[in-house]
Design a protein around this ligand. Structure first.
Ligand code: SAH
Ligand code: SF4
Ligand code: F3S
Length: 486
């Protein structure tokens, strides 16, 4: 718990264990040996990680290789996030360092891709003469070509497609960081009016992929060894609503794919929760028992100012229904503290919500005003930073305590996890997740990655569950009811 993230105050370990992540791809993917080396740094949410996979595919095809060493990189590409000022700020300081590096290595190519690129566009090129190209959120497919171009003739390129353009997935399903699991984009963009949020401006309007496209991609992934898919969308539970489909229907359809064993999906929006989805999660054996359902605040007044479309009471009602109808379901939440006009009383309502709902994990953020959002310039950023920090700290402490209690109560229980990988430092130290998205750490062989293992929890801290292996790893879950009932 040593290193903390400045934006959230959360331990880095926690950040990397959960839904959000920011890092150099580690280990770097294998490309064309001997080809020019690319260092790819990915910030932001899982959508960015999946988009980075698209970039990796294209770069491999174009003959590039990859590295995590600054000094041997021929190109540095930053896949960026615009959600908070801090995220963008970090990229600017990185570009500052790269500008210095380029003085002694003028051949180094530097590109900025993704949400911040979409938002800042030309301004990035103007501010950083050392930057070679900028590519927006609908331009990931062109990155290899852009890189070839800037390396060949040292031109500087801005490539920002209109974000209203059609979704075209050009995925090579065999290219992915993990053998046993994969992300699948089921929709792009977002149509919600949340007043604080930049995503509709960086990712465009909500567009769902068709049922047949999604199912075909999942089938191809499964044929290539994938056992768990995570369906991605900013409001994933609204998937297919304009086409007469629903996520519940998709879960049922995926349930029929042999050799696919788990289906997760993030992120759900409380306003879009419906009965069909709740029944589908309860009925589908393969469905994860974890719902990332961010409340953002426990105060109905703040929720109105945020334009979230539900009240505190409604949110609590949804949670109560979920718990009643789906035994073992766990809820993850995001919360914003210090949004415009947040009083002590509003904050106390969020404290109450956190204590009552008992999220299995939550990400708590300080409000960061974003240019171009409905709140920007209209709803004053009037909560002092000191107060935001204090509120963040209080909520993180409550959440940590809840996790401690929750984890301690799991000691002695049995779980079946899909092995996700091993610790970089010690290959025998493995980790995996149960259906409820709890991360368990245990001793085993690194060759177990992508297999299912039955474990018993033996130790607990707020952030980690340690476990011992009860049975040899298997290719398919032994007992699909096990994780559903613990
Ligand atoms: N589509 C998802 C969340 C996407 S952004 C949803 O609606 O829940 C991930 C999280 O970042 C949000 O849940 C919110 O808690 C946080 N966030 C978004 N905009 C922010 C801002 N301007 N300042 C601070 N946190 C923000
Ligand atoms: Fe942003 Fe709201 Fe859309 Fe989530 S639902 S991406 S918070 S606008
Ligand atoms: Fe994701 Fe950040 Fe963009 S959260 S959608 S990478 S603004």
């Amino acid at each position: 718990m040593d290193q903390k993230d400045a934006a959230t105050g959360l331990p880095r370990e926690w950040q990397n264990a959960g839904i959000m992540n920011d890092a150099v791809l580690s280990p770097p993917p294998v490309g064309t040996p001997g080809g020019p080396k690319v260092l790819l740094e990915v910030f932001g949410c899982q959508m960015n990680k999946l988009d980075a996979e698209l970039v990796v595919t294209a770069l491999k095809r174009a003959g590039y290789d990859f590295t995590d060493d600054d000094d041997e990189a021929a190109a540095v590409l930053l896949v960026t996030c615009a959600i908070r000022d801090q995220a963008e700020h970090r990229v600017h300081s990185h570009l500052g360092e790269l500008a210095v590096a380029k003085r002694s290595r003028p051949d180094l190519a530097v590109g900025v891709l993704g949400c911040q690129a979409q938002r800042e566009g030309q301004d990035l090129l103007t501010r950083w003469p050392s930057l070679d190209f900028v590519a927006g959120t609908r331009d990931f497919g062109k990155v290899a070509k852009l890189l070839d171009q800037v390396r060949a003739d040292r031109t500087r390129v801005l490539s920002i497609e209109g974000i209203a353009d059609e979704v075209s997935e050009q995925r090579d399903v065999t290219v992915r960081p993990h053998r046993g699991r994969a992300f699948v984009n089921v929709m792009r963009g977002c149509d919600k009016p949340c007043t604080y949020c930049v995503v509709p401006r960086t990712r465009g309007a909500e567009v769902s992929r068709s049922m047949v496209d999604v199912v075909t991609e999942v089938e191809e992934l499964v044929a290539d060894g994938v056992k768990e898919v995570t369906l991605l969308g900013q409001t994933v539970n609204a998937w297919g609503r304009h086409e007469g489909h629903s996520l519940g229907e998709l879960l049922h359809r995926l349930e029929d794919i042999d050799d696919l064993h788990r289906v997760r999906f993030i992120t759900s929006h409380p306003e879009e929760m419906d009965d069909t989805l709740v029944s589908a999660i309860a009925a589908c054996r393969k469905s994860g028992l974890f719902l990332h359902l961010p409340p953002q605040s426990g105060s109905s007044r703040m929720l109105r100012r945020m334009a979230r479309g539900y009240t505190n009471e409604r949110y609590r009602e949804i949670i109560a229904q979920l718990r009643e109808r789906i035994p073992g379901i766990e809820i993850g939440g995001d919360i914003i503290v210090g949004f415009s006009g947040e009083t002590d009383e509003d904050f106390e309502a969020t404290v109450d919500l956190l204590r009552d709902v008992r999220f299995s994990q939550s990400y708590i953020f300080r409000y960061s005003p974003r240019p171009g959002t409905p709140a920007f310039g209209r709803l004053e950023d009037d909560v002092p930073d000191k107060v935001k920090r204090k509120r963040l700290k209080i909520l993180n402490e409550i959440q940590t305590e809840i996790m401690r209690e929750r984890h301690e109560a799991l000691i002695g229980t049995r779980h079946e996890v899909l092995v996700e990988g091993s610790s970089r430092k010690d290959a025998r130290r493995l980790f995996g997740r149960n259906l409820a998205f709890d991360r368990l750490v245990f001793e085993g062989e690194s060759s177990w990655e992508g297999q299912f293992v039955t474990l018993e929890v033996t130790g607990a801290t707020p952030l980690t569950l340690s476990a011992k292996v009860l049975a040899e790893p298997t290719d398919a879950p032994r007992d699909t009811t096990l994780a559903r009932t613990t």
